[in-house]
Design a protein. Structure first.
Length: 86
């Protein structure tokens, strides 16, 4: 059986409701007394959950030099007092 909470009550107790849903409890949030959404755990196994940035493979970018080439071994910003292509 589902446990129901109003939007205002859910807003005040969101962390608790997330913990309860992750533990397997069926949580329903109602709006104006009518069920609106249901909280349930994702099907990701517990051992695959990670911390900060879990699942991120790589996040980077590179900018071409003024002549349109890429040089991965140097800085992308010119040193002060030098021109870009020098």
């Amino acid at each position: 059986m589902a446990v129901e909470f109003s939007v205002d009550e859910a807003r005040e107790r969101l962390t608790e409701l997330l913990d309860r849903a992750e533990a397997g409890e069926h949580i329903v949030i109602t709006r104006f007394g009518v069920p609106a959404v249901s909280l349930e755990p994702t099907p990701v196994p517990a051992q695959r959950r990670g911390g900060f940035a879990a699942g991120v493979v790589a996040a980077s970018w590179a900018a071409p030099a003024a002549d349109g080439t890429f040089d991965m071994g140097t800085d992308y910003w010119a040193d002060p007092g030098t021109s870009v292509g020098a």
